[in-house]
Design a protein around this ligand. Sequence first.
Ligand code: NAP
Length: 257
Amino acid sequence: MTKPFEGRVALVTGSVRGIGAATLDHMAEGGADVVVCDLDGDAARATAATIAERHGRRALGVACDVSRTEDVDGMVDTVVRELGRLDILVNNAGLTRDNLIHKMSDDDWDRVISVHLRGAFLCARAAQRVMVPQKYGRIVNVSSTSALGNRGQLNYSTAKAGLQGFTRTLALELGRFGITVNAVAPGFIDTEMTQQTARRLGFEPDDYKAQRAKNIAVGRVGVPQDVAATIAFLASEAASFVNGQIIYVSGGPETRR
Ligand code: NAP
């Protein structure tokens, strides 16, 4: 049987670990050649080598700060030169710099907005230059339940809500070229990001997870593979009539927390 991503090239930003790495692993298993992008080039190349070995696909590791135009344009040029095309872009790179507004610095605000929003813009702009002539593309943006409001995350919540408008608008602009644009909005997923949050709040990560799981309808926190599977559906050919949608991957409907 043909694999769902056979012949496709997938680029996921911020993909040496967590949701990004799980997404590339899922797509490589489905037959895609993959691009690992991260600030740390050595880590990106190491993750690419692991995926290549595990799935027998071509895998490229690229150092890239998604908030820098020259890094992003250079990365997409390299992808096309080395792998011949670019079919799937997942704007996943992200960070948190949480604080209440009176303690939030200019840099905390600027860095979070820049990586999530400017990063998604730069990567999508570079990718569509390749996808439009191909008349095929899938762009998936990683938003968050924090887009609905989360105390202490003014910068992050604003960026993740912004990504939802970005998704809907880009879907309208690129649909006619065979390119769909959707977003996933994960809830609490067990990754380095949420483990860091736990420690910052003074909890052991396992205790924090158990506490958070009590408020999740399915009674557990998410794992990166939960999000990877949803991203993979949106990035598949089967999802060609799903466009401009925000899919919450959070174990339950969003209610006031
Ligand atoms: P993670 O394990 O911390 O992974 C984030 C990755 O992004 C890291 O590898 C990080 O690289 C990379 N990155 C940060 N800034 C970058 C930049 N400027 N350019 C390129 N790469 C950069 O976090 P995760 O939990 O898997 O999160 C992945 C995405 O899901 C993020 O957008 C996050 O906001 C979103 N999300 C996560 C959760 C959750 O509960 N975990 C919930 C909702 C949404 P370095 O390590 O080198 O800094």
